[in-house]
Ligand binder design. Sequence first.
Ligand SMILES: Nc1ncnc2c1ncn2[C@@H]1O[C@H](COP(=O)(O)OP(=O)(O)OP(=O)(O)O)[C@@H](O)[C@H]1O
Ligand SMILES: [Mg+2]
Length: 258
Amino acid sequence: MSSLKTENLSVQFGAVKPVDDVSVEIAAGRLTSIIGPNGAGKTSFFNLLTGLYQPTRGKVFFDGQDVTRMPVHQKVRAGLTRTFQILNVFDTLTVEENIRAAVQRRHGRSAYLFCAPDRHGPVEDELSAVIERVRLQEKRKVRACDLSHGHRRHLEIGLSLATRPKTLLLDEPMSGLGMYESSVMGEFVRELAQELTVVLVEHHMSVVLSISDTILVLSQGRLLASGTPAEIQASPLVQAAYLGTGRYDLPQERAAHA
Ligand SMILES: Nc1ncnc2c1ncn2[C@@H]1O[C@H](COP(=O)(O)OP(=O)(O)OP(=O)(O)O)[C@@H](O)[C@H]1O
Ligand SMILES: [Mg+2]
């Protein structure tokens, strides 16, 4: 069964076509990665899926329902949530306060953010579960601005998990992270995919190749290829799309088979 499906999805701004006639199915309960050179249309594709951009043509289906024109907040309520390429947390709030605000918003209690919390209520239980889920128990009282970049990324994912998504879209969660932090994030994303449908946009090819079930390749707004990591590595089309960009690290021993 597919979680997300697009039919001829396109968006155009003047002469620019960030996404051009993309038809794909994203399987439920799997980890699907979207790769492609800078400017390929990956973030724009997420913007179309989540409702930030309105398509000029084509359709988006979520859990079999046509959600093409559904506003962002309704999609979130239906279980489709995303993180942003640029970090999106409240710097001056602690980990706990950031996640509490997100949990309370889902409970329809945003006005109570600065009131004394009920330590035994459902919000507090859920808050603790999310903090544990994103492995930030020891950073609970630390302000977001004092976290390492890696921990801030975990916090951002926590804010998304607080919306109880069925499908989570992650836009470059490894951006700005070193090799070690990226592989930790990769393991974490793989773990999330045991419980949720995960769609990952990422440039760290070695991590993408090792954790993904399926990879979609975008180039100049169009779907260039889709397949298993092995199929994508072996694709001459994909190799050609990456040549000269200097940003990709297709492992040499694997690239040799392409
Ligand atoms: N609202 C917009 N108006 C005009 N052009 C846009 C708009 N949104 C995206 N684009 C253009 O569409 C193209 C694709 O951009 P997009 O951000 O989707 O690429 P990307 O694959 O996410 O790139 P990166 O890997 O650098 O994040 C770019 O040329 C961008 O400038
Ligand atoms: Mg992008």
